[in-house]
Design a protein around this ligand. Structure first.
Ligand code: PMV
Length: 327
């Protein structure tokens, strides 16, 4: 019997990029999930199939001895996805003290890849959990989060915050500041997501902000301002004040644009959502392209987004109360 786990994607209510420099961030898990099915095989090999990653399906097989794929890897994006799966499986082998365990791994996901919705974190979180359980080890969600963070950090050459992985493992709204991660009480916010159909390279965007911050004091101040804004946003979240949350999201988008990580498509979707009556709208994740998130009290912002040429897909995204779970 294979073992299956799923984990949610996320939107950033506030704080992406600034979280890399120790400021707090508040990501919220959403009901779009990655599902990973794992079955141990006795020849020590790792075979990975992905049917639906907003990509053509692919299958890659790794030898137990060389760790090298024995079929062509179709795209750079698939190669990146494989890196995460490989490292997630290695973490589960380590947790179970079974360094030679082989697996068949199947991934399904309805989270757009590399678009700011935490697709890689969800695959890693579900992968660590499923592979560990397949080897007879039940990990607490906090432990899955920590292991998944180590995986992302290794795959992304040290550039990762705990935000995505902690949020995906725990579910709900969370607050991350450095290594201090906690869950927050939050109302079910009326999120709508606009997706421009493109993906971004988080590492490049993080490097761009780092360079700007080194060159200009205003960029350092902007990062600190995002931190101040997040602390105000936490009060608004506690009070369930959607108007104030929306205002702060608008400001956060402006500050992120000042750091150079917005894009024409993201700005167009943000303005469409606001014109449609959203309480506020901002890009989510690294930026450059991908997704925006808005607070849509009626369906006005969703309708406005679906009529915007820059928007390939608009969808409602309910807060996911549950993080990683057995399926
Ligand atoms: O676009 P995503 O989902 O990879 O989010 C990146 C968020 C950053 O704050 C820019 C980087 C990080 O590791 O927190």
């Amino acid at each position: 019997m294979p073992t299956t786990s799923s984990a949610p994607g996320k939107v950033y209510l506030f704080g992406e990029h600034a979280v890399v420099y120790g400021e707090p961030a508040v990501p919220c898990a959403i009901e779009r999930r990655a599902t990973v099915r794992v079955e141990e095989r006795d020849d020590g090999r790792l075979r990975v199939s992905a049917a639906d990653l907003s990509l053509d399906g692919f299958t890659v097989e790794y030898g137990a001895d060389d760790g090298v794929p024995n079929v062509d890897v179709p795209t750079a994006l698939v190669e990146a996805a494989m890196g995460y799966v490989d490292a997630a499986v290695a973490s589960a082998r380590d947790a179970a003290d079974r360094p030679d365990a082989g697996f068949d791994v199947t991934i399904e996901s309805d989270i757009p890849l590399g678009a700011g919705l935490g697709s890689s974190a969800a695959v890693v979180v579900a992968g660590v959990d499923a592979a560990a359980r397949e080897l007879g080890v039940e990990l607490a969600p906090e432990t899955v989060a920590e292991r998944a963070y180590e995986v992302e950090k290794a795959v992304q050459s040290g550039e990762a915050s705990r935000a995505d992985t902690f949020c995906s493992a725990m579910g709900g709204a969370v607050r991350v500041e450095g290594s201090d991660c906690r869950t927050l009480d939050a109302p079910d916010l009326p999120f709508v997501v606009g997706y421009d159909g493109t993906s971004h390279d988080t590492g490049d965007l993080v490097a761009g902000v780092r360079a700007l911050r080194e060159q200009y004091d205003f960029a350092r101040d902007t990062v600190e301002s995002i931190g101040d804004l997040v602390r105000r946003g936490e009060d608004a979240l506690r009070e369930g004040d959607v108007e104030e949350l929306g205002r702060l999201m608008d400001v956060d988008h402006g500050l992120l644009a000042a750091l150079g990580v917005s894009a024409r498509s993201l700005d167009e979707m943000v303005w469409a959502a606001r014109d449609g009556g959203a309480a506020g709208a901002k890009l989510t994740g690294a930026g450059g392209g991908g997704c925006i998130v808005a607070l849509d009290r009626d369906d006005g912002a969703e309708t406005a987004l679906s009529l915007t040429p820059a928007c390939e897909e608009a969808f409602r995204a309910r807060l996911a109360d549950e993080g990683v779970r057995a399926e």
